[in-house]
Design a protein around this ligand. Structure first.
Ligand code: NAG
Ligand code: NAG
Ligand code: NAG
Ligand code: NAG
Length: 861
């Protein structure tokens, strides 16, 4: 069974020495945003916001001119119901006339408007409009700022979770928001898959296991059937025995059922209760509805752990303070029609995976709403209590898994080897018309190219026998949601006739157009490229005769359908290699592809730039404001500080002791001046003016501060000087004694007389200087500028120190060459002596020298 992965693997270590960037992972939910930062060499964890919260309310708002995020933005909804924007996730990529916008309207007090792209924007009370992408981008920027202040460096790369059911339109909206926020999309990852990565992080799977990740979020419920298996160690693949393969088998989901729907039911109960008791309607009162929404969330959370809860809202409407008691039983009755739906995604996912409940080891419960008793009961009833597992962090597993996957993708970190195979949940088809031939009308061909459950990252090659330009369309096979389009994109393949002509002139036969279609790892379907290729007779290899059967084989491709969809890139590669013995394919000619988005286009580059600029403009404006407030606050604080210093009558304070009456008078005048300026112009001044006033005050205070700093520093600086003075003197005395001895013994002297004389001269100069200025300093009053600076004392002591160090480091003199018989032992003895002064252990060195004289190998050193 699953074994615990050693804890230290949660700590990332450097993969290489190159300069590495941090990676940000964001789990962008309808209710909360969770983020995690991966920085090389640091343990990774969930990113905290400025209030040290681990999850950040997914709300952006404005209180008049101030933009707010998170809890602050959510809290103002009751007062500014048009300026607080939550649940933006349900609006991502949504057409204006769709169920998503309708259900948003049921829970939010914000005003929605239609953009030119047919998507949704929100209108503030001042009339300004912000697209959903722009508002989400603001939140992502906010998270990026948090990450950057945590990382202490710029952060660019981000991996963001999305629900597995997100269509291409919704995925585009996420990527557009990321780009406008100034981040780079490393990848999108389906949230169930991210949770699976988190689950696999601390576990090993010696044999395959199936689990269902049940994720009950605010806006929706997802079930992901996942297989965990060891990575087969075949060939030269260097998968360690700890490597895990995660394969998503199927997903099931309910897009409109989750924690938020339960909040809505609870709010309905409150509205009905209020209207019944007070005989007045409040459902049109946006402020009241926003206040009730907040209270409903709170009461629901209490009812998850208690059987009853009290709702209390002061001055809800008509000056009425609302108070009511709700029981869990009442609440569950109100929402009983939903209960049946809670487990449906599990059944759906199981059916699509072809597995049976018996095959499933556990159902891993995650998501904020998985704490709701009613939801737990529904799942328990569907799968049996024994299968329920609460073994991942319900709130943070997705973001931590995403972070780990992001780290693996970036290849900058050494992480546990976890491989992912994910799927696209929808049938995607390619459509085109057959070539028009004389007499015959072109027919429409629709082929499902990526059936539901196709692995993401799959490429397929389409082969067309064409002479002219043509169109290829990618679309979802069936409508997915009311109001959502099915068409993903339309591509014009251009320049076909010229390319066919060129390649034919170059000697190719049977020219065909090959287009590569891809379902990316992040779940985007696209047409990657289109080329014209053909078969070339290669006389150097096969000679002209052998090409004849080859042409026949190629002709098979264009059958009655005329266009053939070859099954996959691997099979077309096999085709190519099979024919290479007889003929070679020369360089294909690239064709131009003109992609159009007929339905909901992703944002154009120009629109994204505009959005980016709007966001930057607000950021810049806020920065200017922040700097101004800072400058004002610092000036104010400084004025108060100086007043305190001036008003301190005890005259014992350093400020008083080190200042003259005239100086204090001047400061006092300037303080009064700055203060009255602040009173008169403080509210509409420029940042620079606050700074100028502060600078003027600082220049008056600076000499005083300098004095008492020097008074503090002086004893230590003097001590330091005396210390070097003293050790230099000691050294000189000893060195001179040694020299006398050495001269007497006839051994070479370590120092020359000049060296010692020169050093003595420096020392004397130092002493003279020190004595003179210390004497002078004694007569300087505390409130006068010092005549000798501690910095200068230190600098002079340093000169002495350097000279002394240099003498200490001096190598001992070489033994005279003539006494060859005992040269080796003399040398080692001298070495021992010198190093003894460094190590201070004469005995040990002596014994080393003894060894060295006996050991011939040692002597060579
Ligand atoms: C075809 O050949 C002409 C002449 O060499 C060249 O100018 C043109 O770019 C070629 N077109 C394509 C699509 O390769
Ligand atoms: C001077 O330095 C010595 C040794 O570092 C220390 O013991 C002594 O307290 C110092 N005296 C002053 C006045 O800093
Ligand atoms: C420097 O050291 C010598 C010898 O210890 C001493 O006589 C002299 O007063 C010292 N000078 C100062 C300024 O400390
Ligand atoms: C003087 O000689 C002794 C003994 O040889 C030695 O330890 C010391 O380091 C020498 N002093 C100087 C200043 O060279």
């Amino acid at each position: 069974m699953a074994r615990l992965w050693p804890f230290f693997c949660l700590w990332l270590s450097l993969w290489s020495e190159s300069v590495l960037g941090s990676i940000l992972a964001i789990d962008y939910g309808a209710d909360f945003i969770k983020a995690s930062l991966m920085k090389p060499g640091q343990p990774f964890d969930v990113l905290l916001n400025r209030d040290s919260k681990r999850k950040i309310q997914a709300t952006v708002g404005w209180k008049n001119k101030d933009r707010l995020f998170g809890q602050d933005a959510a809290n103002i909804a009751g007062r500014f119901p048009l300026d607080s924007f939550s649940f933006l996730k349900v609006l991502q990529g949504a057409p204006y006339d769709s169920d998503a916008v309708f259900s948003f309207g049921a829970i939010s007090t914000a005003d929605t408007v239609k953009t030119e792209r047919g998507t949704v924007a929100l209108r503030r009370s001042d009339g300004t409009e912000w697209s959903v992408e722009e508002l989400v981008a603001m939140q992502l920027s906010y998270i990026r700022d948090l990450a950057e202040s945590t990382a202490g460096e710029k952060v660019y790369d981000v991996i963001v979770t999305v629900p597995p059911y997100y269509t291409q339109f919704e995925r585009d909206a996420v990527v557009d928001a990321i780009e406008m926020s100034g981040l780079r999309t490393l990848s999108l990852i389906n949230d169930g898959t991210a949770i699976a990565v988190n689950y696999a992080m601390t576990r090993l799977f010696p044999a395959p296991e199936f689990h269902i990740i049940y994720d009950a979020g605010a806006s929706s419920i997802r079930a992901t059937v996942v297989e965990f298996a060891p990575v087969p160690a075949e060939g030269k693949s260097k998968a360690g025995k700890d490597a895990t393969q995660i394969t998503v088998r199927a997903v099931g989901f309910d897009r409109y059922n989750g924690g938020t729907e339960l909040d809505a039911r609870l709010r309905n109960m409150m509205v009905a209760d209020f209207e019944k008791r007070h005989k007045r309607s409040i459902s049109q009162d946006k402020k009241a509805m926003a206040k009730l929404w907040k209270e409903a969330g709170r009461v629901k959370a209490i009812l998850s752990a208690n059987t009853e809860a009290q709702a209390t809202i002061e001055s809800l409407a008509y000056d009425i303070d609302y108070k009511a008691k709700f029981t869990r039983a009442q609440f569950e009755t109100e929402a009983r029609d939903l209960k049946h739906n809670f487990a449906l995604p599990i059944q759906e996912a199981l059916a699509r995976s072809g597995l049976k409940l018996d095959d499933i080891t556990s159902v891993i419960m995650t998501g904020g709403a998985s704490r709701t008793p009613m939801i737990q009961e529904a799942v328990k009833a569907a799968v049996g209590a024994g299968k329920l597992a609460f073994n991942v962090n319900a709130d943070e597993a997705a973001v931590l898994g995403a972070a780990l996957h992001g780290a693996a993708l970036s290849r900058q970190f050494k992480t546990k080897d976890i491989r992912i195979t994910d799927i696209g949940p929808y049938d995607i088809q390619v459509s085109y018309q057959t070539e028009s031939k004389a007499g015959a009308r072109p027919r429409n061909i629709n082929t499902v190219i990526f059936p539901a459950n196709t692995k993401t990252g799959t490429k397929k090659t389409l082969t067309f026998k064409r002479q002219e330009d043509f169109k290829v369309k990618l679309a979802y096979k069936a409508p997915l949601l009311r109001g959502y389009p099915v068409d993903i994109l339309e591509a014009d393949i251009l320049g076909v006739s010229e390319a066919v002509k060129n390649i034919t002139e170059a000697g190719a036969t049977e020219p065909v157009v090959k287009a590569t279609v891809m379902l990316s790892e992040s779940g985007f379907a696209s047409i990657r490229d289109a080329v014209v290729t053909g078969e070339f007779k290669d006389e150097s290899i096969a000679g002209p005769s052998s090409s004849a059967p080859e042409e026949g084989a190629t002709a098979d491709v264009g059958t009655a359908e005329e266009d053939t969809t070859s099954s996959s890139s691997s099979s077309s590669a096999a085709e190519a290699s099979a024919t290479s013995a007889a003929a070679v394919t020369k360089e294909p000619i690239n064709l131009e592809i003109d992609v159009k988005f007929a339905s909901i286009p992703p944002m154009s580059l120009a629109k994204k730039r505009t959005g980016r600029d709007r966001l930057k403009a607000i950021d810049a404006e806020e920065n200017v404001k922040r700097r101004k407030e800072e400058a004002r606050n610092t000036l104010e604080g400084y004025i108060y500080k100086l007043r305190d210093l001036l008003g301190d009558d005890s005259s014992g304070s350093p400020f008083m002791k080190c200042s003259q009456a005239s100086e204090r008078r001047r400061i006092s005048e300037k303080v009064d001046e700055a203060y009255s300026w602040l009173q008169e112009h403080g509210d509409d001044a420029e940042t620079i003016q606050y700074i100028d006033h502060r600078t003027a005050l600082e220049s008056l205070e600076r000499p005083i501060v300098h004095r008492y700093k020097e008074i503090e520093e002086f004893p230590q600086a003097l001590n330091n000087s005396q210390m070097w003075n003293w050790s230099s003197r000691m050294f000189l005395t000893e060195a001179k004694q040694n020299m006398t001895k050495e001269l007497e013994a006839g051994t070479p002297t370590k120092y020359t007389k000049d060296e010692l004389d020169e050093f003595e001269k420096s020392l004397k100069e130092h002493e003279t200087w020190l004595n003179e200025w210390v004497e002078k300093q004694k007569s300087v009053k505390m409130n006068e500028d010092p005549v000798i600076l501690s910095s200068e004392m230190r600098a002079r002591a340093k000169v002495l120190e350097n000279q002394l160090q240099k003498l200490y480091r001096k190598r001992p003199p070489k033994a005279p060459k003539k006494s060859s018989s005992s040269s080796s032992s003399t040398t080692s003895a001298t070495t021992a002596t010198t190093s003894a002064s460094a190590t201070g252990s004469a005995e040990e060195t002596a014994s080393t020298s003894g060894t060295s004289s006996k050991d011939p190998r040692h002597q060579e050193l």
